[in-house]
Design a protein around this ligand. Structure first.
Ligand code: GDP
Length: 371
């Protein structure tokens, strides 16, 4: 563990962007002000020993758009693969104000007291690395962000290759390799990020609040279907009864939905992040879900399915990016779009025109009549 790791865990996460063109595989400034580049061996040793400074830089490498950084990050992930996969991977989502940060702070500290090492990764597709998220995480989780055995990493910026959630998956693997046995991934974005969250964690927990009225608070049905656990926060004080009532309503509503995990009925719990009541039960439920995944063989299946989707998405993104980089592509796109707007081309015709301009056979995947 790096001696300076504790209070810098969140700040380290905000390592410099690649905007200046500098390689991010470099760490501490060498004499003369030139940053020294860490070798693969040094990175492997640093992450394996739980050095948070090196962990942060490794995650930054994985997020980098520069090819040499990416190569090194991928080699690092391969080298560390034996050390990954062991953590409880818990996803936490909920509308702003549901109490996500209060919950992570309370649950995280509770887990630290029980000897766990807790990493918190944030997914926010709207975030920019230069934004306020670093300070934000420190104020959102003030005690956890300076705790000895915790590590908080802000969201990668929206421009990272392969999507924010998928890069967060790599950060999760690196945290596992660094000895964190609980990885909490929080999605603060609204919309697509919740389903992306389900693509990287084993257990997805949806936080709700005891607001009356709207069934499931306007949260998309798809997200509710993905939830392995629903936790109604703020079950304290005058909200206690409302929380219990809301939990009953949600339980009822859930009966109409398919199971998130075969053989598992999504539990609806009430708890108070502020008072800490119900947190042990929440954690017990996370462990019960994990046990079921493990004993039924679904854990490996789920993770394999996630990786397969990542492979396909990254492939799609890479192919499209390469196509777009071909000479004439952007002009053809602009011209075809203009024609669509003026009613001269249909959208499928426009796609054909653009592909042709980029040197592709626009008919390539259309089945041809047998000769
Ligand atoms: P986030 O936006 O989901 O991260 O929500 P926060 O954790 O920032 O919480 C939003 C508000 O709800 C804050 O004012 C919290 O103090 C409050 N809050 C969070 N947890 C609880 C709780 O268990 N009980 C009560 N009464 N309020 C809470």
């Amino acid at each position: 563990m790096s001696p300076d790791g504790g209070s810098r865990s969140a700040a380290d996460g905000g390592s410099p962007s690649t905007a200046d063109g500098g390689s991010l595989s470099t760490v501490a400034a060498a004499p003369g002000g030139r940053p020294a580049r860490l070798s693969l061996e040094q990175l492997v040793a640093g992450v394996s020993s739980g050095d948070r400074g090196i962990l942060s830089r490794s995650i930054t490498l994985a997020e980098s758009r520069l090819a040499p950084d990416q190569d090194l990050a991928q080699q690092l992930l391969v080298a560390l693969s034996d050390r990954t996969g062991g953590a409880i991977r818990l996803g936490l989502t909920g509308v702003p104000g549901a109490g996500k940060s209060t919950t992570i702070e309370a649950l995280g500290l509770w887990l630290l007291e029980r000897g766990h090492r807790v990493a918190v990764l944030v997914i926010d597709p709207s975030s920019a690395r230069s934004g306020g998220s670093i300070l934000g995480d420190k104020t959102r989780m003030p005690r956890l962000s300076v705790a000895e055995n915790a590590y908080i990493r802000p969201s990668p910026s929206a421009g990272v290759l392969g999507g924010v959630a998928w890069r967060t998956r790599e950060a999760m693997l690196l945290c596992e390799a660094a000895g964190f046995d609980v990885v909490i991934v929080e999605s603060v974005g609204i919309g697509q990020s919740e389903s992306e969250l389900a693509e990287i964690v084993d257990t997805l927990c949806l936080l709700l609040v005891p607001a009356g009225g709207d069934e499931l608070q306007g949260i998309k049905r798809g997200v509710v279907e993905l939830a392995d656990l629903i936790a109604v926060n703020k079950a304290d004080g005058e909200l206690l009864l409302a929380a219990k009532r809301a939990a009953g309503d949600y339980r009822h509503a859930l009966r109409m939905l398919p199971e998130s995990t075969p053989g598992w009925t999504t539990p609806v719990l009430t708890y108070s992040a502020r008072k800490g009541t119900g947190l042990p039960e929440l954690w017990e439920t996370v462990l019960a879900h994990r046990d079921l995944l493990e004993s039924s063989g679904q854990l490996q299946q789920r993770r394999a399915r996630q990786q397969r989707r990542w492979l396909e998405r990254l492939l799609e993104e890479t192919v499209l990016r390469r196509l777009r980089a071909r000479p004439g592509f952007e002009e053809a796109l602009a011209g075809a779009w203009q024609s669509v707007r003026e009613g001269h081309l249909t959208v499928p015709q426009a796609v054909g025109t653009i592909l042709e301009a980029a040197g592709e056979d626009p008919q390539a995947e259309t089945p041809r009549p047998a000769a």
